[in-house]
Design a protein around this ligand. Structure first.
Ligand SMILES: [Zn+2]
Length: 341
């Protein structure tokens, strides 16, 4: 096992009016052992957030008709062509999947999760999430039959405008393409390189190493294992779920998806107690028959910071391609463990 969670600590200096030298916090640089993602831990500068009053935002979102609400969805949203799906749309419980009118991969769909326009984090039910993922899976299985070369699959969720969503109404983006997007490509290729070099699946070693260290391992639900990320992609919160031994999202059982959603409910409980109100989630699928990568889900918190509604994305993140970490994932892990029992 050759996984190393690399940390380098450096010190900056300044001249202060008072003798603060000892109090200057060290700067900790972290490098992800697989992807090389770099992050800077800026001391422990996290803040307890206040949940904003979302009522105005929700009211504003209803000034124009919401295309995902039950009275509009059948009338406004497009349907799949009959040669792809004779029924036009996929329905599982309240979840509905239809083509994305503004596609950004060769197969792009939207999965609306529920009839309810605004779903607050604690209001997400396991059923809502399970139905959304099951409907997404049905769509991607149809894509595999129709266009087998479109094997790079993602399920993405931008929850609330703070996370880049143009709709309040909760939904997933379900995507498949003939080549992977940049970060997905990095995950797949780095995992493949590790397999070629070490003759073993990186994620098998990763799970063993994280469990041994017991610093970021939160817990297990069925065959899903939950961790806080060593190099978080968000200032305060980044959780990774790995489907142990599962290559492709399209091959997951209903039980696997229920395990994921049970875990997500626990994570949402924590997030709600932390006054988090917005997130990005991405499910990165591996490829059937390629045992160097296991399907996984990553979830990060999004939102602005007091007192000036500061954006959580600055030059460091967007132009240096380096993560800023205000809350140590090891601390978040300890807090989350209580929610996993
Ligand atoms: Zn709506």
């Amino acid at each position: 096992m050759v996984i190393e969670f690399k940390k380098v600590v450096e010190h900056s200096m300044f001249s202060a009016k008072t003798n603060l030298k000892e109090e200057v916090p060290p700067i900790e640089f972290r490098t992800d052992p697989l992807t090389g993602d770099m992050g800077i831990v800026l001391g422990d500068r996290w803040r307890q957030l206040k949940k904003p009053d979302l009522s105005q935002l929700i009211a504003k979102s209803l000034e124009r008709e919401c295309p995902f609400c039950p009275e509009a969805i059948d009338r406004i949203t497009p349907q799949f062509p009959a040669e792809f799906l004779p029924e036009g749309r996929i329905k599982v419980g309240e979840a509905v999947v239809f083509p994305n009118a503004r596609p950004y991969m060769s197969h792009s769909a939207v999965a609306v999760l529920s009839r309810q326009h605004f779903v607050d984090l604690p209001q997400f039910t396991e059923d809502m999430l399970v139905n959304g993922f099951l409907a997404s899976q049905i769509y991607l299985r149809e894509v595999q039959k129709y266009d087998p070369e479109a094997k790079y699959c993602l399920v993405n969720c931008n929850y609330m405008p703070y996370a880049g969503s143009s709709q309040i109404h909760p939904h997933f983006q379900v995507l498949a393409g003939h080549f992977p997007l940049r970060y997905h490509k990095e995950l797949l290729e780095a995992s493949q390189r590790y397999y070629a070099k070490n003759g073993v699946n990186y994620w098998l070693d990763f799970i063993a190493k994280e469990r041994e260290l017991n610093e970021r391992y939160i817990g297990t639900v069925g065959d899903t294992l939950w961790f806080t990320s060593f190099v978080p992609r968000s200032w305060q919160f980044d959780v990774l779920t790995v489907f142990q031994g599962k290559e492709s999202f399209t091959a997951l059982s209903q039980r696997d998806i229920e395990d994921l959603c049970q875990g997500l409910k626990k994570v949402f409980g924590y997030m709600s107690d932390q006054n988090f109100y917005s997130f990005n989630l991405c499910l990165y699928s591996g490829i059937l028959g390629k045992d160097y990568f296991w399907t996984q889900v990553r979830l990060i918190q999004r939102g602005t910071y007091p007192p000036l509604d500061v954006s959580d994305c600055s030059s460091v993140r967007l132009l240096f391609d380096t993560m800023v970490i205000l809350k140590r994932p090891e601390v978040v892990c300890q807090e989350l463990k209580a929610y996993f029992g």
